[in-house]
Write a protein that binds this ligand. Structure first.
Ligand SMILES: [Zn+2]
Length: 490
């Protein structure tokens, strides 16, 4: 069935969006309530509060919201609020049997048998996984063997920029490039799409009870998207993950417990990545080669670990002025700190800003909650499809000009889409090379070190030994962060 859009002409639906301080942070809200479903068990919230606080500048200014198109079956905005009564959920349109051949991903292995999966063989849900298991120890060894030095920054404290003033002051590209405080990104980060007016759509934190509602809308409009998968959700809903994958959507890693990665130790970050990669492979047969840091919380330490684990970062677009990011802030509706109108206001601001870019763009949205899916299917996506000038909506991998098969380790074409290499900087401060999938060739990019092959001599200043005890490691991390600052000339 196709939706026929209710054309409202240019009726200016001016919403009483108020953007006060309550909307100034995309990540500081209390834990969002757990979504529940009549057809599934209740799941805990995907994101425990991390205290990672985006700077106030990330909030776009208020603009009149003018919707020229909405979905005629949309829930009214007045019904989209924190604590709204549960709505019916949709069942999956297609369930794929074990052994099915993926047609959307060329060269992919057949679909695994998820009846053999046992959640007891995975870490507890929504908690940072233990790091002492043999699997995690093996992944730690692989990171060590990669030869990529991990910068010795100490983990940040929960609370974001205000509680990490020294780290925040060193968050620029000449320092740790901590995205949370100032939106620093490296050339290896994917933050835009290639072509102007192309939107690499994405939905984070699922699969959830409301994901099938979104899948139905996408299917009815022949749209494909990128899903950033929380490992804890994947083991809870493996069948849903299989349908997302088999329907031709891109899957990407979004950590196991949705923790703010810069607050974690190297070992904990490795465990977050490793378990999420593993559960996605166990369920679908393929391993994503990209990830999105929850809350955008990434710095060069997280980047180095990700690179050693064959994961390229995908964040979302920052406005040309740098004053705000392309974050709908829909995640904060269930917590009651942002209204549906404010989310549409943010979306409108993004729509007005996108034509000013010379590239395409990436926006932060979520499929975890009823409210966020209601807004996506009822308002945001219908409006995007009717937008003038027209937009092209694609999964992020495709908006980078690459086939869907390049999104997975097992099917990636290494000759045309080389994974990030293992070259290391001579200083011990990670040196990121260009050329990763979708990387932007920035004129201000740091050049790759000419002595990148001398990894064996790079261990003195910045590489954090992964076999240290936590206390020793912390002390060493403090020391090496100071050393790294000297190396950087700060
Ligand atoms: Zn998330």
């Amino acid at each position: 069935m196709k939706f026929s859009f209710l054309a409202l002409g240019a009726l200016p639906v001016v919403l009483s969006a108020t953007t006060g301080s309550s909307s100034s942070s995309s990540s500081s809200a209390a834990a969002a309530p757990a979504p529940s479903s009549s057809i599934t068990t209740t799941i805990p919230g995907s994101g425990a509060p991390t205290g990672v606080t985006s700077p106030p500048a990330s909030s776009p200014p208020t603009v009149p919201v003018t919707l020229i198109t909405t979905n005629p079956t949309a829930y009214p905005l007045s019904s989209i609020f924190a604590g709204a009564p549960a709505q019916p959920t949709t069942t999956l349109d297609t369930i794929y049997p074990a052994g099915a051949s993926p047609t959307a991903v060329i060269g992919a292995p057949s679909l695994p048998d998820i009846s053999q999966l046992n959640p007891a063989n995975y870490p507890p849900l929504d908690k940072p996984p233990p790091t002492d298991s043999s699997l995690v120890q093996g992944w730690i060894q692989q990171v060590q063997n990669s030869g990529i030095p991990i910068p010795g920054f100490a983990p940040t404290q929960v609370g974001g920029c205000p509680t990490n003033q020294a780290a925040a002051a060193n968050a620029s590209s000449s320092g740790t490039c901590w995205w949370t405080c100032g939106h620093c990104s490296r050339p290896t980060d994917i933050v835009t799409c290639e072509n102007k007016l192309t939107w690499g759509t994405s939905f984070d934190d699922g699969p959830s009870p409301y994901t099938p509602n979104l899948l139905q809308f996408l299917d009815e409009h022949s749209l494909k998207t990128t899903f950033f998968i929380v490992g804890s959700r994947a083991i809870s809903r493996p069948q849903m993950l299989q349908t997302q994958y088999m329907d031709g959507h891109q899957l990407s890693v979004h950590t196991w417990s949705h923790t703010a990665l810069t607050t974690q130790t190297n070992e904990a970050i490795i465990a977050e990545f490793g378990w999420t990669k593993k559960v996605i492979k166990d369920v679908t047969g393929v391993t994503p080669n990209t990830f999105r840091p929850p809350y955008g919380d990434i710095d060069d330490r997280v980047r180095a670990i990700a690179r050693a684990m064959d994961l390229t970062p995908i964040i979302w677009t920052t406005s040309p002025s740098g004053n705000f990011t392309f974050d709908t802030n829909d995640f904060n509706i269930p917590g009651g700190t942002v209204s549906a109108s404010q989310v549409l206001n943010n979306f409108e601001q993004i729509m007005q800003t996108a034509p000013q870019l010379n590239t395409g763009f990436i926006v932060l949205e979520h499929d975890l909650f009823q409210q966020t899916v209601d807004l996506a299917t009822g308002y945001i996506l219908p409006q995007a499809l009717a937008q003038q000038p027209p937009l092209t909506l694609q999964p992020i991998i495709e908006c980078l000009g690459k086939p869907l098969s390049d999104a997975y380790v097992e099917t990636n074409n290494n000759s045309t889409n080389p994974p990030p290499s293992g070259s290391a900087g001579a200083t011990g401060v990670v040196t990121l090379t260009s050329g990763a999938p979708g990387s932007i060739q920035s004129p201000t990019a740091q050049p790759a070190s000419s002595s990148s092959g001398s990894t064996s001599s790079n261990q003195s200043s910045g590489a954090l030994r992964l076999d240290m005890s936590p206390i020793v490691a912390l002390g060493f991390a403090v020391f090496t962060s100071v050393a790294a600052a000297f190396v950087a000339g700060l």
